[in-house]
Write a protein that binds this ligand. Sequence first.
Ligand SMILES: Nc1nc2c(c(=O)[nH]1)N[C@H]1C(S)=C(S)[C@@H](COP(=O)(O)O)O[C@H]1N2
Ligand SMILES: [Mo]
Length: 321
Amino acid sequence: MSRPWNLPEREATPEAAALSRRQWLKRAGIIGGGTALTGAGGLAWWLKQAPDEEVLAAGGVANPGVAYPAKRHPKFDELDRPLTEEAAAARYCNFYEFSSGKSVWQVVGPFQITPWKLEVTGLVAKPRTFDMDDLLKFFPLEERLYRHRCVEAWAMAVPWTGLPLAALLRAVEPLPGAKYVRFVSFNKPEEAPRLRNVSLPWPYNEGLTLAEATNELAFLATGMYGHPLLKQHGAPVRLVVPWKYGFKSGKSLEKIELTDKQPATFWNTLAPHEYDFQANVNPDVPHPRWSQKTERMLGTGDVRPTQHFNGYGEWVGGLYS
Ligand SMILES: Nc1nc2c(c(=O)[nH]1)N[C@H]1C(S)=C(S)[C@@H](COP(=O)(O)O)O[C@H]1N2
Ligand SMILES: [Mo]
């Protein structure tokens, strides 16, 4: 079974990209000529080669309409670090339905994000399927600056646009028996061929406790950097739970389901000893194969100490005491 996170980033680059990198280096006389070019710095440098405009255009920004840019929420209007450059985030993504490498932007062309429906169902009094347009009409959008931390130890600082998940859950009226919330991503193999790989537990799915899902920080993002989400970031709607490792934040969601039992999840099913259900960011709990003490910012390569709960203990610490 293939396990992308077992690989160093260098090897996780899609074969085609790795090959063209080699050819480029050869032409430039960098390999074969004796000059070594190794390590993550070398890869970051190579990934920069595609022009920013090409990387952003590949994500197909939808018409922003009247909803964007949204007003920034005053509680989430600053961070301890500069925002990540948009193109740096857009060229380095995890979206396993499309690729096990980071250059997801190169292969999302066939992905159709309109029309799109989001079903909210399960243990609720008023189940409801929202058309994306309705969702934007129903709930006022806001912008929030959040840190994002992948379990692979890269990080970014992002202006998300969207709505508090609690507002959506309130609208469907959870029943007393509801204890967990399950998030299910899209499942269209014609558009994302890796969904045909039957050895993986598709569709991508994740879960939170209801208390986590209704925490003020839990956010349903429809946009990023002041416009609708690019395809590679999980258009048209994705979860953002910034105190947890990035894999908890499912992309391109089709269903949100309230349940009475803890749901099985994608990575926890594949590798339970490496990816637990809770997955809170914690510098003191190493991944079985690497340390979580520090993180590396996309774009700049800055290395920073990892913060417990990714720095959001003030909001969520009480959930776990
Ligand atoms: N459906 C789906 N959602 C997903 C993933 C995925 O492969 N498929 N990857 C996760 C991981 S590991 C991370 S770190 C974030 C990455 O979001 P970004 O690529 O927009 O930065 O998305 C998460 N959501
Ligand atoms: Mo991740």
